[in-house]
Design a binder for this molecule. Structure first.
Ligand code: GLN
Length: 380
């Protein structure tokens, strides 16, 4: 394996999902729903295939999808963008992140990450030869350590990689925090790469795209996807939105990474994004109920549960159960209890920092969530 990838192992999500199958455990690890996406979107994909929409799509997205993304972005942020020059459709947000980093970061450029961070950020930054500067968000509220951030920004800082609502903690950056980040970025001429795939799963406050703050659109790449919002994580449709001077880099990287994304799924994605707002309200309501079941259940089991405002994840402190770290706790949980969670140390540069925390997902039907809680009550 190339040196740039030597330190990376099989992703934790792959590891944990295979262990779940092997041990017949209830999988509250990898974030994929165990229920299906809506019929109107699935039907649109079937129709597109039958209608012969099966050859290469336009590299940066079929016109219908780019327009649907632009109108959704307008509704969400108030910003009017040009669907032809400010959007690139990618294979999931993971490719949008990779294309953004490979398209805009030079070897040696510094990029700031907030730990815990989603695992692909570090690996992709490493492929680009970036220098990672990491700032840790501390429990219980995972608030932005502003002074720390100020002290880490230098003339070599090229970008901040932001994720709100935040995986794994469920933290949502507040307006004040986003404004603080924005003024530092404007002052120091720093870009923001903002992963907002959980934007529609916001329960306690409204999601804010940092691109919508004054002076920020011109320095921000906003990334999103279909998977979480439409419970279709296997479709791998994502996108990046940025002003033309930044989008060009993303588009070029995308052109030579994957060239284009599945054509029929893009037609269906356009139908999905044009849905009425009631779809999103319903989704939020369903997830709020699921969250309640899991959070109350985990508390009753005896975990210290950290408040999660968005995403379909919740982080807990497992130390009341006496295991030395997050990895051994998760092993015990799979083998002796029959439930899968994600150890959070994989989301930190310094693995010690995550050793008391594990992540559970509630993107499962209510019966599954209740059975997982029952197993933990009986066997932990
Ligand atoms: N985003 C999903 C999660 O955090 C996992 C995606 C993946 O398996 N790479 O669970």
């Amino acid at each position: 394996v190339a040196k740039r990838l030597e330190k990376f192992k099989t992703t934790i999500f792959t590891q944990m999902s295979s262990l779940a199958i092997q041990h017949n455990a209830i999988n509250l690890g990898q974030g994929f729903p165990n229920f299906d996406g809506p019929d109107f979107v699935k039907d649109a994909a079937i129709q597109a295939i039958k209608d012969g929409k099966n050859q290469y799509a336009r590299g940066y997205g079929i016109p219908d999808l780019n327009s649907a993304i632009a109108s959704r972005f307008k509704k969400d942020t108030g910003l009017t963008i040009n669907p032809e020059t400010e959007i690139t459709v990618t294979s999931g947000c993971t490719e949008a992140i990779a294309a953004t980093i490979l398209g805009l970061i030079n070897p040696g450029d510094e990029v700031i990450l907030f730990a815990p961070f989603y695992d692909s950020y570090e690996a992709t930054l490493s492929m680009a030869g970036a220098k990672i500067t990491c700032i840790t968000l501390q429990p219980p509220d995972f608030a932005l350590p502003l002074e720390k951030l100020k002290s880490k920004i230098s003339k070599n800082t090229r970008a901040i990689l932001l994720n709100t609502p935040h995986n794994p903690t469920g933290k949502m950056f507040t307006k004040e925090e986003l404004e603080q980040i924005s003024s530092l970025c404007i002052e120091n001429d720093v870009l923001v790469f903002s992963d907002e795939v959980y934007d529609k799963l916001a329960f306690e406050m409204d999601h804010i795209s940092i691109a919508s703050l004054p002076g920020m659109y011109e320095r921000t790449v906003t990334m999103n996807s279909l998977g979480k919002t439409f419970s279709l994580t296997g479709w791998k449709i994502g996108w990046a939105i940025a002003p033309p001077h930044l989008l060009w880099g993303v588009k070029q990287a995308h052109s030579y990474l994957t060239f284009a994304t599945s054509t029929p799924m893009q037609y269906a994605a356009a139908v999905a994004l044009n849905c009425p707002d009631s779809y999103y309200e319903e989704l939020r309501k369903d997830y709020k109920a699921k969250k309640e079941i899991l959070v109350e259940g985990l508390k009753a089991v005896g975990f210290k549960v950290f408040p999660s405002s968005g995403t379909y994840f919740v982080v807990v402190d497992h130390t009341p159960f006496g295991l030395p770290d997050d990895v051994s706790f998760c092993e015990y949980l799979i083998k002796e209890v029959g439930v899968v969670a994600i150890p959070t140390s994989v989301f930190y540069l310094d693995k010690e920092e995550g050793k008391n925390l594990v992540r559970f997902t509630f993107c499962k039907d209510e019966g599954t969530l209740r059975s997982a809680v029952e197993r933990m009550k009986e066997r932990l």
